[in-house]
Design a protein around this ligand. Structure first.
Ligand SMILES: Cc1ncc(COP(=O)(O)O)c(C=O)c1O
Length: 397
């Protein structure tokens, strides 16, 4: 396999990858030594000086987070907010839309579970209605249906999950962005699973918001996330429902002035060592090259699917014309526990997705559980072949 990535160096930077076959970057990936080092040095200073006194010593590095994150998404530092996870970022963004009773929001069948729960909850409070566009038999979004529903319902917001958690398909967010621009609809993309495994260019997607997490394919620390906010959204005065003194200045007794940048979507208190850890993780990913990561991961996934296809019992549940670095499968004859035991014994890290994690998708596929493998660029082809061998030894013919 030909890769532009120096896998030996990447593995040397990633102590966790030698302990096991780690195939769970869609869950919570392995941090590099560099990420942990910057966090440790911050915390050590904080231990001596106290929280508030430490910040000025690292101000330059803290500001660099906005530079690295904006380079990652092809935008400006003023359009980036640090958040505590993807759901936090997404919720703050959605809460900024001035919903009125009777409004519609348009979404897909594959939006992330927590986004669905959030919409159902908001629906109860604000009285808007949720409509879903159809999925084609290929697994792709039915763009004709999407546009028809845009015209029929005139939704105030369109939401799409770029790469759904329990199937590796990549949704055509650029095409949707084009339609949202055409019909002047607020547009949010949940890029939690795509950021860090492929190049994301918000100027091409033309979204108003894009939310992401730190700990998955970006390989940052837990408890970190980020939000892109477009100039259009900032200029329109969109602000999170629960805004604080980081996002706004209290300028008269009865008013406040929101910050001009996306920091409007942040809260005052934050874990600064986490910001530095995320910043370093982003810097590292950009230095490797998102196109290189995508190309290598695609090869790993192709090999993994070929391996899984040699086991008669396994039903790969992937679909979609474009797929990312998530491979899911189920079995109609073996139990989940049988698979878990085999993988655990072999020291392979993976995730399990249950029906209620992706209710609409897994109901359609009539699947109670999927095992999810999510290879990343620190994995080797040898590891993938080993996974195939282990499963074949147990169940192959
Ligand atoms: C597509 C997608 N969106 C959002 C989330 C939530 O991310 P977080 O746990 O960082 O809030 C996940 C987590 O698995 C996800 O897969």
């Amino acid at each position: 396999m030909h890769s532009l990535i120096d896998i030996t160096k990447v593995r040397a930077d990633t102590p966790g990858c030698t302990q096991k076959i780690f195939l769970n970057s869609a869950g919570s990936s392995l941090m590099t030594k560099g990420v942990v080092n910057v966090m440790q040095s911050y915390l050590e200073k904080e231990m001596i000086l106290g929280g508030y006194q430490t910040v000025p010593f690292f101000q330059h590095e803290i500001d660099a987070f906005y530079l690295h994150a904006s380079a990652l998404l092809h935008t400006s530092p003023a359009n980036i907010a640090f958040n505590f996870n993807a759901t936090d970022a997404y919720a703050k963004a959605v809460s900024s839309i001035p919903f009125r009773s009777g409004d519609f929001i348009l979404t897909t069948e594959d939006d992330y579970v927590s986004n669905y729960i959030l919409f159902i909850s908001l629906q109860k409070r604000f009285g808007f209605q949720m409509v879903r566009c159809n999925t084609l038999p290929s697994g792709d979004i039915d763009m004709f249906d999407l546009e028809t529903k845009m015209l029929k319902y005139r939704p105030v917001l369109v939401s799409v999950t770029h790469i759904p958690s329990n199937s590796g398909k990549i949704q055509d967010v650029e095409q949707i962005g084009h339609l949202c621009e055409k019909y002047d609809i607020w547009y949010i993309v949940d890029a939690c699973q795509s950021v860090g495994q492929m190049d994301i260019d918000v100027t091409k997607i033309k979204c108003d918001f894009l939310s992401a997490t730190g700990r998955k394919f970006l390989r940052g620390p837990r408890g970190t996330g980020l939000l892109y906010v477009s100039d259009k959204a900032l200029e329109a005065g969109l602000e999170p429902l629960l805004i604080d003194m980081r996002g706004a200045t209290w300028d008269t007794e009865n008013s406040y002035k929101p910050s001009g940048s996306a920091t409007r979507f942040e809260l005052w208190e934050a874990n600064y060592s986490n910001i530095l850890g995320l910043s370093e993780a982003i810097r590292y990913a950009v230095s490797i090259g998102l196109e290189n990561i995508r190309a290598y991961n695609l090869e790993l996934c192709q090999l993994l699917k070929e391996q899984l296809q040699t086991i008669p019992d396994i039903r790969i549940t992937e679909e979609g014309s474009q797929t990312g670095s998530i491979v899911t499968f189920t079995s109609d004859t073996k139990t989940l526990d049988e698979y878990k035991n085999t993988l655990d014994m072999a020291n392979i890290s993976y995730s399990v997705g249950y029906r209620h994690f992706a209710l609409i998708d897994l109901n359609k596929k009539n699947v109670d559980w999927v095992i999810r493998f999510s290879p990343h660029y620190f994995n080797t082809t040898d590891e993938i072949l080993q996974v195939g061998e282990i499963l074949r030894k147990k169940w192959g013919q």
